[in-house]
Design a protein around this ligand. Structure first.
Ligand SMILES: [Mg+2]
Length: 302
């Protein structure tokens, strides 16, 4: 049986400007780089990039788990990582030494994350000049009375051919979600709205996706493979945002996506280049080719 030597190193990476979402303010991305070396001396790297407010393990859980594995591990250890450690499943499985590939997407295939609030109005243009055509803007942070007029301003300012996605991070209530969707159905300017309600409100989101024409995407609801399977079973047939770095085992994720042919939009969790490359490889294979992927985030770091 193949055995590996495991080493790991935690990292900290500060955002150029804090990231503001309904979950709060995020200033530093922390994670772990893991390295596996097989008996022939082949090395592979992987990244554990937890997102605990999305339901993944914490950084501390991940460090404790890596420590507990010890320096010598076997391939079975990698296959039996418990499902409550999805970021560890991803990072360690990706670190298995293999032929490296480096997927290259055109700029127009990334969705670029704009800053929340008014700052979006000044930010989109340079991203557009660099080739970006899809932009994502966070809502559910300020009041409806503030955000709807700002959105309309943003939508008017974007050139023909631009696409907008809205992401509420589960921060709306049912009334607010309906107000947004009524307006969006009329303006027809939005590709989809992401996670309008919290994950506990799945039935209401299924209902909304039947009542309005603007598509709805689940994100927080489907953070891990188990949740993804659960929502599919409960009848969700809209868009699924998949963050491979916290979804769990890439192997099992691949199986699920291929079996059910879901409308998947792969997306970043602000991982470093190591996790990003592994996530992009999965996106190239499994993300809906007609939609931009949520990896336009490098401008958030120096
Ligand atoms: Mg989201």
């Amino acid at each position: 049986m193949t055995a590996y030597n495991l080493t790991f190193q935690p990292y900290r990476r500060r955002f150029r400007q804090p990231l503001q979402t309904h979950h709060g303010i995020w200033e530093v991305r922390e994670g772990i780089i893991v390295k596996l070396v097989d008996e022939l001396g082949n090395a592979g790297w992987g990244e554990i990039a937890p997102l605990p407010w999305f339901g993944s393990e914490t950084l501390e859980d991940a460090i404790a788990f890596c420590r507990g594995l010890g320096e010598k591990i076997e391939v079975n250890d990698l296959k039996s990582i418990p499902s409550h450690l999805p970021a560890c499943q991803f990072g360690l499985e990706c670190a298995i030494p293999s032929v490296a590939s480096n997927p290259n997407f055109p700029k127009a295939r990334y969705s670029y994350l704009l800053p929340a609030g008014e700052n979006a109005l000044e930010r989109w243009e340079s991203l557009w000049q660099q080739g970006g055509r899809t932009f994502k803007w966070k809502i559910g942070i300020h009041s409806l009375q503030q955000e709807i007029p700002l959105f309309e301003k943003l939508a008017r300012s974007l050139p023909e051919g631009a696409k907008i996605r809205l992401d509420a991070n589960g921060g709306l209530n049912l009334e607010a979600a309906k107000t947004w969707l009524q307006g969006l159905d009329l303006s027809k300017k939005v590709e989809f709205i992401e996670q309008p309600l919290p994950p506990s409100e799945l039935d209401a989101m299924v209902q909304l996706s039947g009542d309005f024409t603007t598509p709805i995407a689940l994100d927080e609801s489907v953070a891990t493979l188990q949740q993804l399977e659960g929502c599919y079973e409960k009848g969700w047939r809209g868009i699924f945002i998949i963050k491979p770095a916290i979804a769990g085992s890439p192997q099992q994720l691949r199986q699920f996506c291929q079996q059910y042919g879901i409308d998947a939009v792969f997306s970043s969790v602000f991982e470093t280049e190591i996790g990003r490359r592994a996530a992009l490889n999965l996106a190239a294979e499994l993300s809906n080719p007609n939609r931009a992927i949520g990896f336009g985030v490098n401008h958030w770091f120096d």
